[in-house]
Design a binder for this molecule. Structure first.
Ligand code: ZN
Length: 69
C-alpha cells in the first residue's frame, strides 16, 4: 500500500495529508486560511507543495539513520 503524500504546513509544521498533489494544495490552502488566517494564492501553495514533494521523492528513507538537522 503506497503511503499517502504528506507535506508540512510552512507556518506550524503540521502534517498535511491528501490523496494526491492537487488535494494537498487545497487542504494546505484551507489549513493556512483556517488556522493561520493566511490567504496564500493557489499558485504559491502549489509551488510550496510541489517543492516539498520533490524533496520527499529525492530522499530515500534510511531506516537506521539517526536524526539529522
Ligand atoms: Zn499550520
Amino acid at each position: 500500500m503506497p503511503e499517502q503524500p504528506a507535506v508540512k504546513c510552512p507556518s506550524c509544521q503540521s502534517d498535511i495529508r491528501a490523496a494526491d498533489e492537487s488535494g494537498l494544495v487545497s487542504v494546505l490552502q484551507e489549513h493556512l486560511y483556517e488556522e493561520h488566517v493566511l490567504e496564500m494564492p493557489g499558485e504559491r501553495v502549489r509551488e510550496n507543495v510541489s517543492a516539498q514533494l520533490q524533496i520527499l521523492m529525492a530522499t530515500t528513507p534510511v531506516p537506521s539513520a539517526g536524526p539529522k538537522s
